[in-house]
Write a new protein. Sequence first.
Length: 177
Amino acid sequence: MPGGVRLRDWVYTQMLAEKATRVVATDLALGMLTLAKENITAANVTFQVEDCQQTSLPNESFDTAFLSLVLHFTVPERTLMEMHRLLRPGGALILVNLDPRALKGLDRLRCLIRIMYYGFTGYRVKPPKGFGKHVMSEQQLCELLAHSGFTVASTETIRDVSRSSHIPVEYIKAVKA
């Protein structure tokens, strides 16, 4: 995929590589994995094309699964079922979630314009079909996690109040029950 690559696009994978023995970085788009490979050179990271809603990875093969800013592009119930399948008992699921609906009026409009702008200029892609259909609040996501066999261990919302169009980012850690 053409477009400018910003260091922050790979910061989570790099951080995980520094803390874990092994990281399997996945994406549905081969182009995104190619860009990731160019920016992450850690020896303990492997890259695989996978659909997070139905992977080829073995049952209970991970201690931790990490999903960043992807759940709203999927059918969340299906994705959480797959993460439950992949995690060992007691395994942790860490989610990074956006909730633009937490913003009001013009702040929400500016936020949505910003998302569209960065999608077009950063990755040269149009929003996927059904974009925004599966956006969930923190409460909705926590309820869905409980329904999917997880226990929510912690939540934290980070807001940049200096920028009116900044989307609240929610970090949620859940444990496979």
